[in-house]
Design a binder for this molecule. Structure first.
Ligand SMILES: [Zn+2]
Length: 635
């Protein structure tokens, strides 16, 4: 973020009270005279898309804006850098445009007298890596379609009162998926019905050459779909057992939340190793991006099977129920999103997404599997030294920039991912408190029914922190304000931990492999010695991370260095694992030769503890609360 943007954001925060009340401009794009957009995806296989728009205007100085704050991305991530060849015409005559000197997303024009519609044409570059939601969005066979990338609109309007009629032109032989209502289809051209700008941007439209549409559920009034788009036809061969698990996703989610706020729902899943992984939530669909073999390799379901369940859960928690200051009238200044309540929006959603992934059997079944998974995320949060200086509230408040974090020393700096992972632990803690205090009669499901139950179409109902605490208090009286003050708004030296014993478990580290960690290691070709020696290594010995205050840290090992030899033998994963294993019986340090750029050094690693891998073990004679938490709940 440029220093100016910071000043603008601070200014907007200060003025928030005022701005919230500041009048919005009357929309010129009405239901009878909407803005129109034709998205031509035919050049997508070579990484381009053409946008042809008509925008209602008024004569005189006029401004059009490109969407900046993108819902679901929680930041000013609108890919301004990916637009090119912008041409504005009035009655067929090109008129000059000039970008605002301060707000880079605003473009000024002078509309000639008598003109009330302009034509706007531009080209979008689909495969330029810039920020976390960017990167490759199209391949020879697939295109991820987010409408915010392909439009300009009138500033200062309310998205709910600004109307758009959109059309799509597909490459030959391709098909698409979207929650947008269709007016007509003529071969490769689809004309959608007029909707609000809010609904259009909330309705991603994925397309591809190799596709599969699976109806996963319907009660005759509402229907859910799983739409697959793959780079290779063989990657669409989803096993019947797995399809059956995904067919349980809707009934389990409706049982958990007690209703629905969608009339149709499309889980739009692209399967390509060329498109970076991602999941973006919407009311009636989700934009999900995973690797080639996501539905054909069981290990990928084990490690990432909460992708669709997480995004689906957001239809209730995030889209229907939304933080009061995250919900904004449009996508541009002076209405930046405020993200401090993401500990509910994403934190609880991480827990619910995993619950649904276990209740359906997608990511594992039963308390044994969930306990194994929980042990891993608990250990990661427990060993994070950054927790001694940075509270969760800073991670949520600073989310627009924490999402862009990458690289080593994550445990010191922390990141957006922490309010997901620690959020799961915190909400599991809340769930077990409710279950214990109500003797199992109530649970977090009860809270979810209060928070987001009922049946309606897509709409937004906002909430505040005190609403959350009040709803929880309705489930069971407890110092919920203090609970969040401790785990979100204050430095918490330890992650939420009370839920382990309450659920009948104890955290241990031992030499036994952890099913979920082993799967991650296999898929990402790395070696985790994070909880013992304090390093993560690639299969070739490259140090990918060093844990602060660990044995590796204490001998000065650093990310980017490479362990080339153990003793006098060349590094291999097996040799490393053997060295760690034998360390518990050894009296001598582990002798390493380490390369740092063109330099080599000998290092004596003083570690004697053997392998330390996280697990949860049952406390004998106690009820297994996790078993009830992850059992299927749908009738
Ligand atoms: Zn999420």
């Amino acid at each position: 973020m440029s220093e100016f943007r910071l000043r603008a954001a601070l200014l907007s925060c200060a003025l928030f009270g005022l701005i919230a009340a500041s009048p919005l401009a009357p929309s010129l794009a009405t239901a009878s005279n909407p803005m129109t957009i034709v998205l031509d995806e035919r050049p997508a296989p070579r990484g381009l898309a053409y946008s042809h728009m008509t925008i209602p205007v008024k004569p005189g100085p006029f401004t059009i804006v490109y969407p900046e704050w993108i819902p679901g991305e929680h930041g000013p991530t609108g890919p301004l850098h990916d637009i090119s060849e912008l041409v504005v015409k009035a009655n067929g005559t090109t008129i000059p445009w000039r970008r605002d000197k301060v707000d880079m997303y605003a473009f000024h024009i002078d509309v000639p007298p008598g003109v009330n519609t302009i034509d706007v044409d531009f080209t979008v570059l689909l495969n330029t890596a810039n920020n976390f939601t960017d990167g490759q969005l199209a391949t020879r066979n697939i295109m991820v379609g987010n409408w915010n990338r392909y439009l300009f609109y009138q500033p200062d309007i309310n998205n709910e009162h600004y109307y758009v009629r959109a059309s799509l032109i597909l490459p030959p032989g391709w098909d698409y998926a979207s929650a947008l209502p269709v007016a007509a289809r003529h071969g490769a051209r689809i004309d959608f019905k007029t909707v609000t700008l809010e609904t259009l941007v909330d309705s991603p439209t994925d397309s591809g050459r190799y596709y599969r549409h699976i109806k996963t559920w319907s009660d005759g009034k509402a229907t859910t779909w799983l739409d697959l788009f793959a780079d290779h036809p063989e990657d669409l061969k989803m096993p019947a057992k797995e399809i059956a698990e995904y067919k349980r996703m809707t009934p389990e989610a409706m049982a958990l939340y007690g209703g629905r706020h969608w009339n149709v729902y499309h889980s739009e899943l692209t399967l390509s190793d060329l498109i970076p992984g991602q999941g973006i939530e919407h009311h009636q669909s989700s934009d999900d991006r995973a690797g080639d073999t996501f539905v054909t390799n069981p290990l990928r379901q084990l490690t990432g099977g909460d992708l669709l369940t997480h995004e689906f859960s957001h239809s209730w928690n995030g889209k229907y129920r939304r933080p009061f200051d995250l919900q904004q009238p449009n996508f541009n200044e002076p209405f930046p999103e405020h993200t401090e309540l993401l500990w509910q929006y994403e934190g609880m959603n991480q827990y619910i997404g995993d619950l649904l992934a276990f209740r359906t059997g997608i990511k594992g079944t039963g308390s044994k599997d969930y306990a194994e998974y929980l042990a891993l995320i608990y250990a990661n949060m427990l060993y994070e030294t950054g927790r001694d200086t940075t509270p969760i509230i800073d991670l949520t408040t600073g989310a627009p920039y924490y999402y862009a974090n990458g690289g080593p020393y994550h445990d010191m700096r922390r990141g957006a991912g922490d309010f997901y992972t620690e959020g799961e632990l915190m909400w599991l803690d809340a769930d077990t408190i409710i279950r214990q205090r109500t003797h199992g009669k109530k649970s977090l499901d009860t809270y979810c029914h209060i928070f987001a139950g009922g049946v309606s179409g897509p709409k937004v109902v906002t909430y505040t922190r005190s609403d959350i605490e009040r709803y929880l208090g309705e489930v069971t009286p407890y110092n919920w304000h203090g609970f969040f003050q401790k785990y979100v708004y204050s430095i918490a030296p330890k992650p939420p931990s009370g839920m382990l014993a309450r659920a009948g478990y104890r955290f241990v580290l031992n030499a036994k492999p952890n099913k979920y960690l082993s799967a991650e290691e296999k898929l990402r070709k790395f070696i985790s010695s994070w909880f013992d020696v304090g390093v993560n290594l690639s299969d070739t010995g490259r140090i990918e991370g060093v844990r602060q205050n660990s044995a590796a840290w204490n001998v000065g090992l650093a990310p980017g260095e490479t362990i080339v030899a153990i003793g006098d033998r060349q590094f291999t994963p097996a040799l490393w694992r053997a060295a760690v294993k034998n360390s518990s019986a050894s009296t001598r340090p582990i002798a390493l030769i380490v390369q740092h750029d063109e330099n080599y050094k000998k290092v004596n690693l003083n570690y004697r503890g053997g392998p330390k891998i996280p697990h949860l073990v049952r406390i004998p004679g106690t009820p297994d609360m996790l078993a009830d938490i992850v059992r299927p709940h749908a009738k």
